[in-house]
Write a protein that binds this ligand. Structure first.
Ligand code: NDP
Ligand code: ZN
Length: 353
């Protein structure tokens, strides 16, 4: 089978590989649509997870089941499915401890285009199909379904990690597709004010639609100074980090109140350390929590978030700004994501409607 792969750091192209085998609990799925992620860019061009050779890229897809193992109960060939980017081993001890995303080791729930081939191939392998796949909700488009692989669950996880509560003033750093979903999630959780950091006009427009009330440009001075100026020197209750760099923690710690929480879903692609400002961290005693996490995967979460979109309570249409058609468009879509054109939020490649 053919797939679009990372050949080595900085180099990608089409390759032929063996079709994956279906174990008794697994499924083989054909992608109907795939989306490109900023994480694919970090992986391929920054080598952020280390070198990988001839590994098929991609972890965001909506698909059709083509084969299931003999122990799979709830899915059969022909079923259209939501596919989470993170597919844990649900019987692992880590999953039993509540950290499914780390099943088998740190970040090991993230299997597609990390520990095995990803979804940019003619078919791909899904472990623990009953635990990880979800049926595509009636009437949902394959493009919207792709937003449920990673953007919705990751953006929302940032909100969960920051533990946003009714009435909170929330800072969301980064309003690419992940941060936009953090804005939407903070809004659904009842934030009273949402300060959003980003500069691309398209993202600002969409963030306003999702509930952002104030905008900050990281290009016009330190974020924390701008937050303090906008909040009469008080700072914010919660911070979600969905963009920026290793030094964004400095801004987040300075911007959050004592007792505040910082949820980070950013993928730090390079560097060895992150720094925390000593004084603003209460010289070690400020009760300013920093929680960084990979989003949880799995079927239950997919079903719930799918229902949120299917009910119309969360509209993901504004995210997919660039829609391509056909396998030959995978490479242009990837390059488009790398360039981050001003009007881009998310590129999606539709393979079959
Ligand atoms: P984008 O690149 O589309 O968006 C990044 C955002 O951060 C933009 O709004 C950008 O602003 C802003 N930004 C850039 N530089 C800075 C800076 N120095 N300070 C503050 N803000 C800045 O990314 P995505 O939304 O696609 O993804 C966000 C991150 O989440 C990525 O690192 C991605 O790899 C990661 N991720 C993590 C996952 C997880 O499970 N934890 C899963 C999926 C993604 P501007 O408008 O100027 O471009
Ligand atoms: Zn992704």
């Amino acid at each position: 089978m053919r797939g679009y792969a990372m050949l080595r750091i900085g180099e990608s192209g089409w390759i032929d590989k063996e079709r994956p085998e279906c174990g008794p609990l697994d499924a083989i799925v054909k992608p109907l649509a795939i989306a490109i992620c900023t994480s694919d860019i970090h992986t391929l061009w920054e080598g952020a997870i280390g070198d990988r050779h001839n590994m098929i890229l991609g972890h965001e897809a909506c698909g059709e089941v083509v084969e299931v193992g003999e122990l799979v109960k709830d899915f059969k060939p022909g079923d259209r499915v939501l596919v989470p980017a993170i597919t844990p081993d649900w019987s692992s001890l880590e999953a039993q401890a509540g950290y499914s995303m780390h099943s088998g080791g740190m970040l090991a729930g993230w299997k597609f285009s990390n520990f095995k081939d990803g979804v940019f191939g003619e078919v791909f392998h899904v472990n623990d199909a009953d635990g990880n796949l979800a049926h595509l909700p009636e009437g949902m488009s394959v493009v919207d379904a792709c937003m449920l692989s990673d953007m919705v669950p990751t953006g929302f996880h940032g909100v969960e990690l920051a533990d946003v509560e009714f009435g909170d003033v929330v800072l969301v750093v980064g309003i690419g597709p992940v941060g936009l979903m953090s804005v939407a999630g903070a809004n659904l959780r009842g934030a009273s004010r949402i300060l959003a950091v980003g500069t691309r006009p398209k993202c600002i427009e969409v963030a306003r639609g999702y509930g952002a009330t104030d905008f900050i440009s990281y290009k016009e001075g330190p974020i924390a100074d701008q937050v303090l100026a906008l909040t009469d020197g008080k700072g914010v209750d919660r911070v979600v980090i969905a963009g920026g760099n290793n030094d964004t923690f400095i801004e987040a710690v300075k911007a959050v109140k004592p007792g505040g929480r910082i949820g980070c879903v950013n993928y730090l692609g390079s560097g060895d350390y992150v720094r925390i400002p000593r004084v603003e961290w209460g010289v070690g005693m400020g009760h300013k929590q920093i929680n960084g996490g990979l989003m949880p995967g799995g079927r239950l979460r997919m079903e719930k978030l799918g229902a949120l979109v299917a009910s119309g309570r969360l509209d993901v249409h504004p995210l997919a700004t660039h829609i391509y058609h056909g396998w030959e468009e995978v490479e242009p879509a990837l390059l488009c994501m790398r360039e981050k054109r001003p009007d881009l939020i998310k590129p999606v490649v539709v393979l079959e409607e």
